[in-house]
Design a protein around this ligand. Sequence first.
Ligand code: 5RP
Length: 232
Amino acid sequence: MKWDNNIIESLAWGKAITRKEEKEKVAARIASMVTDGDVLGVGSGSTAYTALLSIAARIKVEGLHIKAIPTSLEITMACARLGIPVANLDEYRPNWTFDGADEIDPELSLIKGRGGAMFREKLLINSSPKTYIVADSSKMVSRLGEKFPVPVEVFPQALTYVGEALRRLSPSDMNLRMAENKDGPVITENGNLILDVWFDSIPPDTEAAIKSITGVIESGLFIGYPVEIIVM
Ligand code: 5RP
């Protein structure tokens, strides 16, 4: 039985999608790589979402059977709207994953997590035999931290302790991420807070140094991961 008034069906991407043409080209490339029976890890952000729309179009025309393992609530809802069955990591290992990025440096290291989903994104990427990072050309930077802070997901009661420990890594600035349409801070899907940490330089051991702090759930640094980049 179907709902008469389905909120999910009227959902679209919240904001205008920037560089839409570039994202649609990357999306078409990702959709062309899907084969019948694939279990796909689906990252978050507008580029991953655009790729999901292209995949849904192929499913509709060709009747492909795929499953998605989403990394965020908005992608889970998009799957519901598009009729794409979702699965989880207890049931399946993804055949491959696609995801977006905020920054990509010349060594293909990444900053992710503008959307706040970096914990599940890293879990999916680490679980996948192959990951494609989909991006428009504005994401290419000469050094990580050029345009974006490193997001750090923090267990709420550890906020002050973690802030203190992060200060020892000499950030140039650090802010608690505040919500836009809610009072107070952003609360992640895991019930945690996000510290956005700006660095003038990010040595390769920064990811491990951040992760070693008690109370840090995950950071949006992805240094040296075996990803393939698809940029248009
Ligand atoms: C969300 C992410 C996104 O993949 C990243 O922010 C890129 O988003 P967009 O494709 O909208 O630029 O890491 O946590």
